[in-house]
Design a protein around this ligand. Structure first.
Ligand SMILES: NC(=O)c1ccc[n+]([C@@H]2O[C@H](COP(=O)([O-])OP(=O)(O)OC[C@H]3O[C@@H](n4cnc5c(N)ncnc54)[C@H](OP(=O)(O)O)[C@@H]3O)[C@@H](O)[C@H]2O)c1
Length: 290
């Protein structure tokens, strides 16, 4: 028996959500496509095999579960997979769903994975199951993928000059755990954002200072970005991420005063700052960490 099913619970955000739930004494089941992890447990988390592309695998995973954290990975049919999870949870009698969306997805529905989030939200609203959303800005932790480039003196990600209220994944997990376990969040779309508006130049300045070397910002050349991304990502994903990057360059991803006020109810502490994330990361890398 588990109290909460975490869909996406083996990933960047979901694994931290599972950890936070266990720390609050909740029993957690994580869905995974991995046959190797099926039936295993780790640090109080039980893993069960299931795949959103095979919705009949969801019923057994939902048995005995009262709440679900729903995080959908990027996928050309993300909306359909997320809606299948909402339907399965409603059929299983789940009493609360917290859905991992994206900050200001409604403002840019031409970006395919933002549009998917809005379609899944519509399914939640129609499901009759009490829900809340967590709507994070761009993760600080995306920069962990850039280690090799940073060490070669280049910051290659397209952030632009308008700015994003980037956020620490640990804050996203904290807010998600609170929305899953505490009262007062039903029907609320919670932005989860960092405290500062960060441009590409700001981010590069912080990395340069902490790595103690000159980093060049190369992010705004989207043709160069696309040529690099196209070597290892499928076409549909390159198109999706390019549309998002163009949006970042033209409009940024900016939190309002109302966003900060709404977030304060679910986060319960001040959001972490980018400089601390970079300092901790550089220290971990120096100690041989990943
Ligand atoms: N990166 C950002 O800055 C950012 C900002 C806002 C919102 N978001 C949103 O956050 C989401 C990504 O979160 P993340 O970075 O934590 O994801 P992630 O690290 O890529 O993890 C993906 C998770 O989804 C699971 N998964 C993938 N396909 C599945 C399937 N067919 N059936 C069941 N589970 C499946 C994976 O489990 P297994 O591999 O174990 O099966 C894994 O647990 C996306 O929806 C994205 O739009 C991202």
């Amino acid at each position: 028996m588990a109290d909460v099913l975490c869909v996406g619970g083996t990933g960047t955000v979901g694994s931290r959500v599972a950890e936070g739930l266990v720390a609050r004494g909740v029993s957690v089941r994580c869905l995974t496509r991995s046959a190797d992890r099926d039936g295993t447990s780790d640090e109080g988390v039980e893993f069960v095999r299931g795949d959103l592309e095979q919705p009949d695998t969801l019923g057994p995973a939902l048995e005995g579960v009262s709440r679900m954290h729903l995080l959908t990975a990027l996928h050309p049919r993300e909306a359909q997979l997320g809606i299948a999870a909402v339907d399965a949870a409603a059929a299983a009698g789940v009493e609360r769903i917290v859905f991992h969306s994206a900050h200001r997805a409604h403002a840019a529905p031409h970006i395919p994975h933002f549009a998917s989030k809005m379609e899944i939200l519509a399914a939640l609203e129609a499901s009759g199951v009490p829900w809340a959303t967590i709507e994070p800005n761009h993760y600080f932790q995306n920069d962990l993928w850039l280690r090799r480039s940073l060490e070669a003196g280049i910051y290659p990600a397209p952030l632009g000059g308008v700015g994003l209220h980037r956020v620490d994944v640990r804050d996203i997990a904290d807010a998600t755990v609170n929305a899953l376990l505490d009262d007062g969040h039903e029907g609320i779309r919670h932005p989860v954002v960092g405290p500062e508006l960060l441009t590409g130049a700001d981010v590069v300045r912080t990395w340069s200072e902490r790595l103690d070397c000159e980093i060049e910002y190369a992010g705004d050349d989207l043709d160069a970005w696309e040529a690099r991304a196209g070597r290892h990502l499928p076409d549909w994903l390159v198109r999706d991420l390019r549309a998002m990057s163009e949006h970042f360059l033209s409009d940024g991803l900016i939190a309002t005063e109302e966003d900060f006020a709404t977030m304060s109810h679910v986060l319960g502490h001040a959001p972490r700052v980018f400089e601390d994330f970079v300092r901790e990361t550089v220290a971990a890398w120096s100690d041989g960490g990943a």
